[in-house]
Design a protein around this ligand. Sequence first.
Ligand SMILES: Nc1nc2c(ncn2[C@@H]2O[C@H](COP(=O)(O)OP(=O)(O)O)[C@@H](O)[C@H]2O)c(=O)[nH]1
Ligand SMILES: [Mg+2]
Length: 439
Amino acid sequence: MAAVVADDTIAAIATASGVGGVGIVRVSGPAAIEIACDVLGVSALDRTVRVGWARDKAGTRIDQVLAFAMRAPASFTGEDVAELHGHGGAHNLDRLLGAVLERGARIAEPGEFTRRAVANGKLDLVRAEALLEVIHAGSERAWRLAQQNLGGRLGEVARELETRALGVLAEIEGRIDFPEEDIAPADASAIETELAAIAARCASLAGGFRHGRALSQGITVALVGPVNAGKSSLLNALVGKERALVAAAPGTTRDYLEVADVWSGVAVTIVDTAGTRVTADEIEARGIELGEQRVAGADVVIVVNDGSSAWDDGSRFAERALVIRSKADLGGDVHGALATSASTGQGLDSLKMQVLALAGVADREGSEDAFVTTARQQATAAAARDAFEAAVGAWRAGRVPEVVALEVRQGVHALAQLRGNEVGDRVLDEVFARFCIGK
Ligand SMILES: Nc1nc2c(ncn2[C@@H]2O[C@H](COP(=O)(O)OP(=O)(O)O)[C@@H](O)[C@H]2O)c(=O)[nH]1
Ligand SMILES: [Mg+2]
């Protein structure tokens, strides 16, 4: 990607808002170092840390800070960057930022530092997305996957597939340039094998999205069933804490409740709903409605049967349903479903494993390796898969090489887009809108 030289200088508080020991104001762009020098009243700044008083333009002392600068292109953004490390605290940092802004920097947009880094070729789009995931990682496995992709793992896989595809393309195009030469059957089958292998790898990348997304974003699990089926008790037993109120009186849970937990390194949000029953209570009716909305968006729906009413097979939730029989310690028919008991703990570990499996989480060695984690990445991997599968089909059908080459080129284009090359501003806008200001 060609370096894009931004002509303006951006600034933002790069640390979390709220109270902290230290807070950082980051400045990037052509005037960054000059502005930081002026704030400190020094003539030069480099990678050596300096300590000094930051002052506003009127000369009033703001805060004693540490400051240093990095010259382009040896910085995160690839531009001139200066950092002012002040004391943490929202008001202090606002004043420090203000001192930078009044000297001509403008406030950065969400993700703008990273966007500039991508534009300047410091990291590809997949790594930028991974950076966001590292920051937001809510579980060990989410963090590991994000660090793998930040380290360039997914980008490497895409690049390697692209290189292989370009190799096949050269051979196919050779057939276009020299049509009179007969292609040796061995070469023809080698091309077919290679195209099929590339298509299969793209298919597995695209197919890994559920797993990648589940790891990076976590999953939501909803508990549904009639009042008194034991949903709240199950929630408490699953998370090992008394989070939901449990009572023999039906209708104890009138609202829905969300509890965060981590199962096998995966972030899980469990939603306990007010049981479904016809009610004249307005608040309870509203609670049921809100709960239903959360159920609609859940990755897995645990359908709880306590055996006291008609068996619910959960078929309305299709493949998201995980049907269980609760209160198994009381005995009775389990209808072949997973038997659980909040009282004895029976079946709870199996339940967690089945939930993760249903959500697409693969629990195997290396399952944090090169997975697509965003809808954007998934769409490009799927486009690559479709193009290479079409290429294999066309080659097998003996179509003219031009047709096969066209498909392969589309596949190569999709792989380039996966890495973030050849993507438009609209896609970049979408990716960076998810970032916070200051990153
Ligand atoms: N024996 C037994 N009783 C249970 C179990 N789970 C829940 N209960 C009882 O069933 C009643 C309703 O439980 P609750 O969790 O509030 O049901 P919910 O309305 O579906 O949330 C309470 O009296 C619980 O003590 C269980 O595993 N075994
Ligand atoms: Mg309840």
